[in-house]
Design a binder for this molecule. Structure first.
Ligand code: ATP
Length: 353
């Protein structure tokens, strides 16, 4: 059973008296211990979707429809959980955040309160969620220390520090530790490595993999970097203009994309040919969400587009023989059978395959 099932989720922002949809009918399932990457260019709706799942949208944002079902199995003393996150209010919503699902934001400097030591921020989060506030200083130190050690930070050094006293990489690790402190079953990470250098990025990605194996949470990893995402994730969903336009296993999407936009994103990763870096970019820009064209919203930038693409949006089509579920591969493209990835074809040719 999926831990999260998202159905026809719609999210808009109010702007100049009207509501512009930034997430336009998204469906996906997230299974326990699975890593799902959401990829796409800036403005495709990834962060809006992540924030919407935790009901953390800014004031101008509004969920206008759909369902976000959260399920947790029962245990010896605990009843099984099954509810629509969109129906939660007050205490139940606060409990859902952090304890069931937590989010790590882009740029840890903004996510931490700059005037509180890291240790106080752990204590605040834990106290706010402890049943009847029964949590002593020792418990807090022990649990915070445990989480910090698991992200390879020294608790003695970090707990007494202010956020600005840590390096960017340490802050981002500390934030991941904080998100894990209440042992959520779902962790949403929005571009957690973007501001960091390549070596630190790699260390954090490796660490996230280990943590997921150890602690068993499911993860949604938001990134514009398809190469990084497909390394970390079991499944990848590509977003364009507020919709998921392709989803499949990381291997499927990286090796055999069936939507020209995903193929373009892979082409946009710098590849080494004859000693030189050759970044290929996707021509044109995403459409204005307030004035979406008819048919497929990628058609105007697409070299595969035919007349029918400008009138028909096919929705997600199954592009594999495998059954629907964790390993299915779907793409919202009428011409999916024709799609080839230029960079990969070239590499295969050079390798004599
Ligand atoms: N607070 C806001 N008010 C109004 N519109 C917003 C707001 N935040 C985002 N948007 C709009 O919603 C759309 C989706 O933005 P979103 O930030 O979700 O995309 P993204 O794929 O996460 O991009 P990025 O990687 O740059 O964060 C964009 O058109 C953006 O301009």
């Amino acid at each position: 059973m999926p831990v999260l099932s998202v159905r026809d989720l719609r999210i808009g922002y109010r702007s100049g008296g009207r509501l512009v949809e930034a997430v336009r009918g998204v469906d996906f399932d997230l299974y326990p211990n699975e890593a799902l990457a959401l990829v796409g260019e800036s403005g495709s709706g990834k962060s809006t979707l992540g924030l919407g799942l935790l009901r953390l949208l800014p004031r101008t944002g509004q969920i206008t429809g759909g369902e976000v079902r959260y399920r947790a199995p029962g245990g010896d003393q605990v009843e099984a959980t099954d509810y629509d996150v969109l129906s939660l209010e007050g205490t139940r919503l606060r409990r859902f955040r952090w304890s069931e699902a937590a989010m790590v934001f882009q740029g840890a400097m903004n996510a931490f309160n700059p005037v509180l030591r890291i240790g106080e921020q752990f204590a605040d989060t834990m106290r706010a969620h402890a049943p009847e506030g029964r949590l002593g200083r020792e418990d807090i130190r022990e649990r915070a220390g445990d989480c910090l050690r698991s992200v390879r930070l020294e608790p003695g050094q970090v707990l007494g520090s202010y956020p600005h006293e840590l390096s960017g990489g340490m802050r981002q690790r500390a934030l991941i530790a904080l998100a894990m402190v209440l042992e959520p079953r779902v962790l949403i990470l929005d571009e957690p490595t973007t501001a960091l250098d390549l070596l630190t990025q790699r260390a954090i990605v490796d660490m996230l993999q280990e943590l997921r194996a150890e602690r068993g949470f499911a993860m949604i990893f938001i990134s514009h970097d398809l190469a990084l995402a497909s390394e970390l994730a079991d499944r990848v969903a590509t977003m364009y203009a507020g919709r998921i336009i392709e989803s499949g296993t990381a291997d499927d999407l990286f090796r055999e994309p069936r939507h020209p936009y995903t193929a373009g994103l892979i082409g946009a990763v710098p590849t080494v040919h004859g000693g030189a870096l050759e970044p290929v970019s996707i021509p044109g820009a995403p459409p204005d969400l307030a004035r979406l064209p008819a048919g497929c919203s990628f058609a105007s930038r697409c070299s595969y587009a035919v007349d029918e693409c400008r009138t028909t949006d096919p929705g997600l089509l199954m592009v594999t023989d495998r059954p629907a579920g964790e390993t299915s591969h779907e793409a919202a493209c009428l011409r999916w059978e024709a799609v080839r990835m230029p960079a990969m074809a070239l590499q295969d040719e050079e390798a004599g395959k």
